[in-house]
Design a protein around this ligand. Structure first.
Ligand code: PLP
Length: 253
C-alpha cells in the first residue's frame, strides 16, 4: 500500500511548519504517556526527502535542526545549499558502498546500516577524516523478501564484527514495519525489533546502544507504544510527497 499515514497539506510557511510540528509532537507525547513512558525519551526526526531547499529554510526557522533524507545524493545537494543553516543531516535509506565517502563527509547519523561491507567502507572513510558517526543497524522485521535490512538471525554476528569499526557508534536498531492497514502486523514488527535489542544488550551491553529508530507518519504511535526512541516523520510535517514510496523501498503488490 502506498501513501499511507496521516498526511497534511503541503506546509508553505513557517506558521504551517510550527503548527504541524506541534501537532506531531503532541501526538508523540500523548502516545508516550499512554504507554507509561517519559515523552522526553522520544526524539522526532523530521524527514525532508523531496522537499526543496526554499521550504526547508522555513522548516529550519520553525525549529527543525535535524533532517532525515533517504537518498545520499539529494542529502548532499541540500547540505551544500543549506551550509549557512544550523542543520544536522541523517541518512535514513539504504546505502551503496560507493556512497560511503559522501556520508562520512557530511552526515551526523546513519539509520540504515545493513551490511558489514558498508560498515567497513564507512569506518575506513571516517577514520581517514578523523570523524565518527552514530549508526543504527537496520533489521528486516517484516519477513518481506524485498525489504532492506539484516535478517534477525544475522544480527548478533554483524554486531560483534561492528566492534572493529571504531569510528561507528552503534546507537541501536532501526526498522520499517510491514506496509499494511493491519495494525497487529505493524505492531509485531516493532515488537520484534525491541526484543532483538533487548536480547543483544543482555548478551553484551557493549554491542549496541538502547535506541530504537522506528515509526513513520502512519504508524509512529504504535512504534512508541512498542518502545521507539526515534520516530522518522515526513508527510505529517511537510505534506504529501509527490513521489511514490516505491522510489524508496519496494512495495508489496
Ligand atoms: C520517507 C521515510 C520515512 C518517513 O515517511 P513518512 O510517511 O513521510 O512519515 C521514514 N523512514 C524512512 C526510511 C523513509 O525513507
Amino acid at each position: 500500500m502506498t501513501g499511507r499515514g496521516d498526511v497534511v497539506d503541503t506546509a508553505m510557511t513557517v506558521e504551517d511548519f510550527l503548527r504541524n510540528i506541534d501537532a506531531v509532537r503532541t501526538r508523540i507525547d500523548n502516545a508516550a504517556l499512554r504507554a507509561d513512558r517519559d515523552p522526553a525519551e522520544i526524539r522526532l526526526l523530521p524527514v525532508s526527502k523531496t522537499v526543496p531547499e526554499d521550504r526547508l529554510r522555513l522548516a529550519i526557522a520553525a525549529g527543525c535542526h535535524e533532517l532525515g533524507e533517504n537518498k545520499v545524493q539529494e542529502a548532499r545537494r541540500k547540505h551544500a545549499a543549506l551550509i549557512d543553516e544550523d542543520v544536522r543531516w541523517a541518512i535514513i535509506g539504504h546505502l551503496q558502498t560507493n556512497k560511503a565517502k559522501d556520508v562520512a563527509a557530511f552526515a551526523s547519523e546513519f539509520h540504515a546500516l545493513d551490511s558489514l561491507r558498508v560498515a567497513e567502507a564507512l569506518d575506513r572513510r571516517l577514520q581517514a577524516l578523523g570523524r565518527s558517526l552514530d549508526v543504527y543497524v537496520q533489521v528486516n522485521t517484516s519477513g518481506e523478501e524485498s525489504k532492506y535490512g539484516l535478517e534477525p538471525d544475522e544480527l548478533m554476528g554483524v554486531l560483534s564484527e561492528l566492534k572493529n569499526c571504531t569510528a561507528l557508534n552503534v546507537r541501536g536498531l532501526m526498522t520499517l514495519a510491514i506496509f499494511t492497514d493491519n495494525r497487529r502486523e505493524v505492531r509485531a514488527c516493532f515488537s520484534r525489533l525491541r526484543t532483538l535489542r533487548d536480547r543483544a544488550r543482555e548478551t553484551d551491553p557493549d554491542l549496541l546502544g538502547a535506541e530504537l529508530s522506528m515509526g513513520m507518519s502512519g504508524d509512529f504511535e504504535i512504534a512508541i507504544d512498542e518502545g521507539a526512541t526515534v520516530v522518522r516523520v515526513g508527510q505529517s510535517i511537510f505534506g504529501r510527497r509527490p513521489t511514490a514510496d516505491s522510489e524508496y523501498w519496494p512495495t508489496s503488490p
